[in-house]
Design a protein. Structure first.
Lengths: 546, 320
């Protein structure tokens, strides 16, 4: 392909513009590398720009991007697995120091990863801008002049026809046009070119890549996501203070929060027992919600995994679910110190769940309860329990280990509501205390040791943990992604080719010559020329018979 | 029939398909051996012709003969082909039975994906054979299919279980099916690239050992074949990425979160993007781009095996 014939080179103006080292580009004259003039500052800039926008640089940057992404899969990432990062820090404190300094735990926002992709995109923009301008010009240009000798080109075919030259040319033009070619007559020949869409697709593909990058960046800046646990029969109103955890984008302002409310009315979890293993496999989770937008009434809605619910630009996802036993703690006089449902986090498929009740006020001492909830309890040999199924009933059991001491809630630092730091606390009921752990079924009440008061288990509610997500540019990202796919398909599967039909007057009619020229990958060119020749002959014959 | 019986029959069909592929592999290897002895005779002719001219020192190695397009196919190749088709039919039967036993698309865990993925590799090979004669690569395809099927059914087999709620989505069918097809195309592309590298070595005179290559197409033809297959694979992979992102948005609330599987899917995409650019870059066409095609398929296999089994992430659906 590098050995271009003269006709080809003269016709190069309508070819897509390519970087110098592209395989289809005309090589730069060799002389320029021999006697290089001194480069001024502008010259150096131009030199570096040319280097940056060359195919080779783009290729090396692509391969570097692939390599740079690998660490992001080898160690846990802060963005997707923050607990994994903490775990890594505990397990390998020394390696963690080094890796963290390198930014490996947030690979995809690290300076080196950003540098690679930003350079890649600069290189990309530097490539597509001149190409787009060139292509716009090419779209308005005429197909190139017919080469003098077609016999040297691909798929050269000859045939004769008794038709006259003008008729043959007219039919040649029609044949090529109906095959999607842009045609131009030069003397006794038709020059045709098709496949401009290939370059268009290519440009759309690369431009859409930039579009995705921009849309993702903007969406990340203005979007937010937050998590919240909602217990049955309680409502959540979308405001910053109401979230359990919240991560806003850089340009997020609180006014972006739509003031809607969500209430959990009921939750339905279905499971199927696998007889071979005795394990329950979940088959369906449905949260029955009511939602309300300002000025409206409560509207019932269903939320399932894989089926997010949209409320005024914010999407809601069902992340988790579990049981929330209703626990009431009273002091020795029967005054309520704590009462309400407590979300217990599931520990296995059968919803053996772990939860914490903290009672900082109202009793003689601060009280912490570390509890397990068993929907269908089964006693084990060691005195503990397990759960036989995820379905709760009258028999569902709540066991509580009780601690007294400073719960650390007064220090003003945020504490995990689902964990109890037992260091510095005194166990008053449980395996390491005189009194045994407290065990209750629904409706029961038991005495706390030391005359502290009583604990009762008053009922069972469900809870769900929801993820709220707002991304203003999500649809833009999708649109650009589809443009990427469309542009790719067009640029890969539309073939760009030239075709010529020459009419040479002849004793008993005309001799017709056909030939093609590939512009890029074109394995089917010879067959395409033969097809055009056949269709042209058919048209001519039909014309003669009329 | 009960679910367990159906699943057992399905597994039996998987084993049968693997055995048939092994037989097909043997037939293809015999075909390659036959081609070798046939071309030795063909090569004797130009060698004696150059000897007759005499006098001039021959620096360049004798130009390798390349099989003519109209070479009649040997009986071994035809047997290999027939066995491949038979194996494929049994293989598809295994997938259908598994699907009926499951009650959902049979590619929801690692075992099922392996069975479907190998079927895609063989199926795409059969489709390409229909368009042009690429049976020279049959031993690679059937050998790989048999090996993967055996490894999958012995090491990662899991019983039929209900589809967990996160996988209950139409995107399961689309996203995984397209990924499976892309994998099949990349497998074939890597095969052509390996053949291309071997052939290029022979053409440059660096190696004369692999004589069966004389019956292969020239390295440029192989390169074009690899390119066309990989490019279609790349389009499929792009769609896999987009479909996966849409599904992730529905199931997890974000379309992209650099989960380990997402990272590797991205790496594969970038490697193949690099491959396509390499082929259009002066100095990178030929062997360097062929290596990228092979590295690309290696990352696909890595993503499917090592990442599935040893990396932590949200795509934890190996079922193990």
């Amino acid at each position: 392909m590098a050995s271009t014939s003269r006709s080809e080179r003269s016709a190069g103006a309508s070819d897509p513009l390519r970087p110098d080292d592209h395989i289809d580009a005309t090589p730069a004259p060799a002389a320029s590398t021999v006697a290089q003039p001194k480069l001024g500052p502008l010259g150096y800039l131009r030199f570096f720009w040319r280097q940056l926008t060359s195919m080779r640089t783009a290729l090396v940057l692509l391969l570097m991007l692939a390599l740079a992404a690998i660490p992001g899969s080898l160690v846990p990432q802060r963005s997707s697995d923050p607990n994994g990062v903490l775990q890594y820090q505990r397990d390998n404190p020394e390696a963690f120091e080094v890796l963290d300094a390198l930014g490996v735990f947030s690979t995809f926002s690290s300076p080196w990863f950003s540098a690679v992709y930003l350079l890649l995109f600069v290189s990309l923009v530097g490539c597509i801008l001149p190409r787009a301008k060139h292509h716009l010009d090419a779209l308005r240009s005429r197909p190139p002049k017919t080469p003098a000798r077609l016999a040297r080109l691909v798929g050269f075919t000859e045939q004769t026809s008794p038709a006259d030259a003008e008729a043959a040319l007219e039919e040649a033009r029609a044949t090529l046009r109906s095959a999607g070619y842009r045609v131009e007559r030069y003397g006794d020949s038709i020059s045709a070119e098709r496949g401009y869409l290939r370059e268009t697709g290519n440009l759309v593909f690369h431009t859409a890549l930039v579009g995705v990058l921009l849309a993702v960046g903007i969406g990340g800046g203005y979007g937010y996501n937050g998590q919240r646990v909602i217990v049955q029969d309680t409502a959540f109103t979308n405001s910053l203070a109401a979230y359990d955890s919240f991560s806003p984008g850089r340009f997020f302002t609180e006014t972006a929060l739509e003031p809607f409310s969500v209430r959990l009315d009921d939750f339905d979890g279905r499971y199927r027992l696998d007889p071979a293993t005795g394990v329950y496999q979940p088959t369906d989770f449905t949260a029955h919600l009511s939602t309300r937008t300002p000025g409206g009434d409560w509207v019932p809605a269903e939320l399932k995994v894989n089926h997010p619910l949209e409320l005024g630009g914010t999407k809601m996802y069902l992340l988790g679910n579990g049981y929330a036993p209703v626990v009431t703690v009273r002091d020795a006089d029967g005054e309520v110190a704590f009462s309400g449902p407590v979300a217990f986090l599931p520990q296995d498929n059968n919803l053996r769940s772990l939860g914490v009740v903290k009672v900082p006020d109202g009793l003689d001492e601060q009280l912490g309860l570390l509890g397990f909830f068993y929907p269908e309890p089964l006693p084990l040999h060691d005195g503990t329990y397990t759960s036989l199924s995820p379905y709760a009933s009258e028999a569902s059991l709540l066991t509580l280990t009780a601690y007294t001491g400073d719960l650390g809630l007064d220090a003003g630092v945020s504490v995990n509501a689902y964990a109890l730091d037992t260091d510095g606390l005194t166990q008053i009921a449980g395996p390491r205390a005189e009194a045994a752990a407290l065990e209750l079924v629904q409706g029961e009440s038991v005495e706390l040791p030391n005359g502290l008061g009583t604990v009762s288990f008053d009922g069972i509610k469900r809870f769900v943990s929801l993820d709220f997500h707002h991304d203003p540019t999500e649809l833009w990202v999708l649109a650009f992604a589809l443009l990427i796919l469309g542009g790719l398909l067009v640029s890969l599967f539309v073939t760009r080719r030239r075709m010529w039909i020459k009419v040479v007057p002849h004793a008993e009619g005309v001799r017709l010559e056909y030939a093609g020229l590939a512009r890029g990958e074109d394995p089917g060119l010879a067959a395409a020329v033969a097809d055009i020749a056949r269709r042209h002959a058919e048209r001519l014959e039909r014309r003669m018979n009329q | 029939m009960t679910t367990a019986t159906l699943a057992a029959y399905s597994l039996l069909a998987v084993y049968s398909a693997a055995v048939i592929y092994v037989l097909a592999f043997i037939a293809y290897v015999i075909d390659l051996a036959r081609r070798t002895s046939g071309t030795v005779l063909a090569q004797a002719e130009p060698a004696s012709a150059s000897a007759r001219t005499g006098g001039t020192a021959v620096i360049a190695p004798p130009a390798p003969t390349t099989a003519s397009a109209a070479r009649p196919s040997g009986r071994a190749a035809r047997i290999g082909m027939a066995l491949t088709v038979l194996g494929f039919v049994v293989h598809v039967l295994a997938i259908v039975l598994r699907g009926i036993a499951n009650g959902h698309a049979p590619w929801a865990n690692m075992f099922e994906f392996a069975v479907t993925g190998t079927a895609a590799i063989v199926g795409i090979y059969l489709v390409v054979t229909f368009l042009r004669d690429v049976r020279f690569i049959g031993s690679y395809i059937t050998g790989m299919a048999a090996l993967l099927l055996m490894l999958a059914s012995m090491n990662v087999y899991v019983d039929v279980v209900p589809l967990p709620p996160p996988l209950q989505s139409g995107w399961l069918i689309v996203h995984i099916l397209v990924a499976v097809l892309g994998t099949g195309l990349f497998a074939l592309g890597a095969g052509f690239s390996i053949a291309q590298l071997l052939q290029a070595r022979r053409e440059s005179g660096a190696s004369t050992r692999a004589r069966f290559l004389a019956a292969f197409p020239g390295s440029e033809v192989l390169e074009n074949l690899a390119y066309r297959v990989n490019v279609i694979g790349f389009a499929f992979w792009t769609f896999t990425l987009i479909a996966g992102a849409i599904w992730a948005e529905h199931a997890w609330g974000r379309y992209w979160g650099w989960d380990t599987k997402e990272v590797w899917t991205f790496i594969i995409w970038v490697v193949y993007a690099g491959y396509i650019h390499a082929r259009a870059t002066r100095g990178w066409r030929g062997a360097p781009s062929a290596w990228l095609s092979i590295v690309g398929f290696a990352t696909v296999l890595f993503n499917f095996t090592i990442v599935n089994l040893f990396f932590k992430g949200w795509h934890a659906y190996s079922g193990l």
